[in-house]
Write a protein of this length. Sequence first.
Length: 171
Amino acid sequence: MANSTFGPIADAIYTDLDNEVGLTRRTLERFPSGHNDWRPHVKSMTLAQLASHVAELPGFATAIVTTDGMDFAKGDYVSHSCNSAAELLALFDSSVAALRAALASADNASLARTWTLRKGEEVIITGPKGELIRGIALNHLVHHRAQLGVYYRMLDIPVPALYGPSADEGR
């Protein structure tokens, strides 16, 4: 990845980040009041939990850029709890700003360093920071944003057009 024809690794990440930030923001803007505890299945997160997770995920990418790892067993990760579209957008915007600042100060050498996610002695994933930002941070964001779209559909909340038209928007 360090020999990418896209230039610095952070530049390639920025290209994806700019697109995903706009799409995610459009999705979070539609968060419906009054459905925070709704979930489609007992094993699913509540709507508020899922939307809060989506809003905080850029912070996870920042942790990848700025640390050598995260250990769930040590409490390195604390989830956020938002209850409104305004709270979600504030968290998301601040998370994105922190990620942009971290990426602006990162170079290829720092993004090529190994980062490890663990739960105590159990290694969940390890790899070069630049690859993990894409693989477990941005892709993770897209995954959960899609789940949020399904929740919205089930609650009859208009689903935004993201990569093409939705049933609610012809964009």
